[in-house]
Design a protein around this ligand. Structure first.
Ligand code: ZN
Length: 493
């Protein structure tokens, strides 16, 4: 008989230091889909849900899609929003007949007005509804914060193994296979998770070099052992002020097996020992501009990414530090994306395409991170800001930047958007009529994800610290809920 499998996706990386609350509209700007709306959106995409829709006929599953919701990282999720999203999953578990298995795509760093550990709460609730024997597998972002509550109530945890994250499809397939085997009575997956007193480590999760390379190889070796079903390494998300934020290792074994605990502890020892290792040096704006001004005969662009205003980390996406530095440096034949500022797009619309006018750009959400740039510019183009990702990340899915424009400030073509987003795909420019390959300098707001699309076209990549919200200097933040003592905040940790 066909197995009935509940599936859902609820994603949020909550930067609790952001002043932007995350509500249902924040989800609608990315996507917020229920029930039958979900399959047409994801079928054929290289995503978690795309994988599940592909596998269901092969496994003979009847899928019960509950909700698919993703919002750009931002501040604490409102109680109403959390009730709607988690309620859809719980309702799906109780609706119209028994559920044989569950696969959830979660981020694992979601903080709401009512739950510091939103995913743990959801899983506990789901477990209470479904009972102890229904397999519940979850996929997590590599930057998940993973709690004991999550490990106690999920049967299997499978985290991404790539940063930039390009293996969502493969990880959901792995999670689905564990649910299939559990429903067939072949295995009884159980999870355990280990942490150390650190909120930082694993080289921010970068998988190309640094400690993660050896850790992932170790995870592969363990997964080849009998009874070890999944080994997940999480770099954690330090900008969620909750007790268990930071790196963790979750191991899924067949039945409760002390070997799983031993693996998790051993790998956390390695993460603890390497917690201060960094493979990317953050440059100041001055250092980066000195390199950008240097004459270069390469036909390839220099790519400069501001990690501290990365909307993918909860940054506002509207701070002006890097763009101002590029303007002050007198760069020509440059482009920049994005500045997230709907008021500026509206001002551009009033000026009109092909016309010049004075515009106040960015720096409006929190003046602590710099003032707006106000100058005359040319409104090169205006549009609805929609494109389909065609790079390695989120391939095939729609991005909605909201009403957008290309604004030419001196020698720099700036993509101004209404919605907040991280520049992970070249379509951020191409959809606005700018070919980034033809530019000498490309300015971006992103930490590392941009490399999937931009490293191949870059002569060199620089990552800068403009002093915005997502500072890597964690001592700048006032933590209230994080466990203490903890590295690097407390010398005693
Ligand atoms: Zn991540």
């Amino acid at each position: 008989m066909s197995k009935r499998v509940l599936i859902a996706q609820i994603m949020h990386e909550t930067n609790t230091f952001s002043r932007l609350k995350t509500d249902l509209d924040a989800y609608r700007r990315r996507y917020l889909l229920f029930g039958t709306e979900i399959e047409p959106y994801f079928r054929g995409t290289r995503t978690e849900l795309g994988a599940l829709f592909d596998l269901a006929p092969r496994f003979g599953w009847t899928l019960i899609p509950a909700v698919a919701a993703n919002a750009t990282p931002s501040g604490t999720v409102t109680a109403e929003t959390w009730e709607r999203l988690s309620g859809a999953v719980i309702d799906g578990a109780g609706a119209s007949g028994p559920i044989d298995g569950v696969v959830l795509a979660l981020h694992g760093a979601m903080v709401t007005e009512t739950a510091d550990d939103a995913e743990g709460e959801l899983l506990a609730h789901l477990r209470a509804v479904l009972g102890p024997d229904v397999p519940i597998a979850i996929t997590l972002d590599l930057h998940a914060n993973v709690t004991d509550e999550m490990a106690a109530n999920a049967s299997a945890i499978v985290a991404y193994r790539t940063y930039p994250h390009i293996d969502q499809y493969e990880r959901a397939s792995q999670a689905a296979e564990l649910v299939r085997r559990a429903m067939a009575g072949e295995i009884k997956p159980r999870c355990t998770v280990a942490r150390r007193p650190t909120v930082d480590g694993a080289n921010s999760g970068i998988t190309q070099d640094g400690p993660m390379v050896a850790l992932l190889a170790q995870a592969d070796r363990h997964e080849a052992e009998p009874n070890v079903l999944a080994v997940s390494i999480h770099a954690g998300f330090a900008w969620s002020d909750m007790a268990d934020a930071g790196p963790s290792v979750a191991v899924t074994t067949d039945g409760n097996n002390p070997h799983g605990r031993a693996i998790a502890e051993d790998m956390m020892d390695r993460i603890w020992a390497t917690r201060a290792e960094r493979t990317v040096r953050l440059l100041s704006l001055d250092e980066a501009m000195a390199m950008a001004r240097r004459p270069d005969n390469s036909s390839k662009p220099l790519v400069i990414a501001d990690t501290t205003d990365n909307p993918g980390c909860g940054g506002y996406g509207d701070t002006t530090g890097l763009l101002r530095a590029m303007l002050d440096a007198g760069l020509t034949n440059a482009c920049f994306a994005p500045i997230c500022d709907g008021d500026a797009v509206e001002a551009g619309r009033r000026i009109g395409q092909g016309r010049r006018g004075r515009i106040r750009l960015g720096g409006k959400i929190d003046p602590a991170f710099g003032a707006p740039i106000e100058m005359e510019g040319l409104v090169v183009s205006l549009g609805d800001g929609k494109f389909i990702h065609d790079g390695p990340m989120h391939k095939g899915t729609v991005m909605n930047m909201g009403p957008s424009m290309t604004l030419r400030f001196a020698g720099i073509d700036v993509v101004v958007t209404t919605n907040r987003l991280q520049a992970t795909d070249r379509q951020v420019f191409l959809s606005q009529g700018i070919d980034p390959k033809t530019k000498s300098v490309i300015g971006l707001k992103s930490s590392h994800h941009f490399r999937a699309a931009y490293q191949p076209i870059a002569r060199e990549v620089l990552v800068v610290d403009s002093g915005s919200l997502c500072s890597h200097d964690l001592g700048r933040f006032t933590y209230r809920k994080l466990r203490r003592p903890v590295w690097p905040l407390d010398p005693s940790a």
